[in-house]
Design a protein around this ligand. Structure first.
Ligand SMILES: [Cu+2]
Length: 416
């Protein structure tokens, strides 16, 4: 008997008032998180940051508290349950595509399937009792390389693994079976670990990384220090619906054939493309001058990416979990499949603007700049629809200390 699939639909957004609508979405999101907070209170405090990922919004944050004892050892392990299930995920062209997905659940309530999977956030050293339940017809797994691996979980079986959150940083969790098939069909997500102490996102920052974070808010970077609540995730992915359909029909997918014939039709950031990723406040960084933002960039897909950002360059902080010895300022960086990069978008006055033209007199805030991938195909969807792929933008909403400019209308110019 065919199972009834849950559908993850894209939000309705209209271009003219997208920020207002985004704000409304955010409010809904906050309410959702409040409810989740109540439900999962025993897991720890739900962080308000990094919350809205995937088409089915919502994530679990376990960042603060950690239930830990004073010696850094958690008094009680965190209980987390993930269910491997299936859903239809709506693409940028409104086509629903069958996916395998992780669903975060708790004894009495499931958060709903998510694509990508829920963001899991912990503090280093937290002990996690993770239950993974497989409701599908073939074996699945949950893996974070060098951290935890459930191994194959048979259909309708559960496996419990206990592990400690490793050093602070950005990790990708995924189903490592029949690689890369299960991961690419939707079973992946971001696993974030926060440090216990310090003013950087790392447990052991290099001197160069530490210097940069110490400088934020100082003479070289007037404004604010790094704030965790401004962190964002850019999780890149690729989808070839031909293979998703084979999975939908319950047929086995050969990994060699998959590697050979995979032809991406959709490129996503946090499960969204083009218009929807550019207009999602959880994907598009926004702030005033002097409000730096950490971007955790991961690649769960099949393509090599070469993201390029306009307006500001970014500081490359770490590659695949290792903080950089030299912190370089880049406008383009690269990501192989499974790669992770931590980047700092400094929100400085765009260096391309002549001093005499600052503060902007002819152009009004917000100043908007694109982030797109220089692997040109990845900016398209469905055989060439541009710009409906891996693309977003970021916005400078005003000068530091200024109240955030409303999306349209008010004149925020200075000096006239
Ligand atoms: Cu460019």
């Amino acid at each position: 008997m065919p199972r009834k699939l849950r559908k993850l639909a894209l939000p309705m957004l209209e271009p003219r008032s997208f920020w207002e609508k985004s704000m409304k979405i955010k409010i809904t999101q906050n309410q959702l998180d409040r409810r989740q907070f109540l439900d999962i209170a025993k897991w720890g405090m739900l962080s308000a940051s990094l919350m809205a990922l995937g088409v089915r919004q919502g994530s679990a944050g376990f960042g603060k508290g950690g239930g830990g004892g004073g010696d850094g050892t958690p008094a009680h392990p965190f209980q987390v349950t993930l269910t491997v299930t299936e859903a239809l995920v709506e693409m940028v062209d409104e086509v629903p595509i069958y996916h395998w997905v992780y669903e975060l659940s708790e004894t009495t309530r499931a958060a709903g399937p998510q694509f990508p999977g829920p963001v899991l956030q912990f503090t280093e050293g937290n002990v996690i009792d993770l239950t993974v339940h497989n409701t599908l017809d073939e074996p699945h797994s949950f893996t974070i390389p060098d951290v935890v691996d459930t191994g194959p979980i048979a259909p309708n079986q559960s496996i419990v693994v206990s592990f400690a959150a490793p050093s602070a940083g950005t990790y990708l969790y995924f189903d490592s079976l029949n690689a890369p098939v299960n991961r690419v069909l939707g079973l992946h997500g971001a696993f974030i670990v926060h440090p216990r102490t310090g003013n950087t996102p790392f447990s052991r920052p290099t001197p160069a990384v530490l210097r940069l974070f110490n400088d934020l808010g100082g003479e070289d970077f007037p404004g604010d220090p790094w704030r965790r609540e401004r962190d964002l995730i850019w999780l890149f992915h690729t989808i070839d619906p031909v293979f998703n359909e084979i999975a939908h029909e319950g047929r086995e997918i050969d990994a060699d054939q998959f590697n050979l014939e995979f032809l991406p039709t959709y490129f996503t950031i946090n499960g969204r493309s083009g218009f929807f990723s550019a207009h999602n406040p959880d994907t598009a960084p926004r702030g005033t001058i002097g409000q730096p933002a950490l971007i955790r960039n991961l690649n769960a897909g099949m393509a090599v990416h070469s993201p390029h950002i306009h307006g500001n360059h970014v500081y490359l902080l770490s590659e695949n979990g290792r903080p950089e010895e030299d912190v370089n300022l880049l406008d383009t960086w690269s990501l192989d499949p499974l790669d992770r990069r931590d980047l700092l978008l400094p929100f400085i006055i765009p260096p391309d603007i002549p001093k005499t033209a600052w503060p902007p007199k002819e152009e009004r805030f917000p100043l908007a700049y694109p982030m797109h991938c220089h692997m040109e195909l990845s900016q398209t969807a469905n055989g060439g629809n541009y710009p409906q792929g891996l693309i977003t933008h970021w916005e400078i909403s005003g000068l530091h200390g200024q109240e955030e400019a409303p999306p349209h209308g008010r004149d925020t110019r200075h000096g006239n």
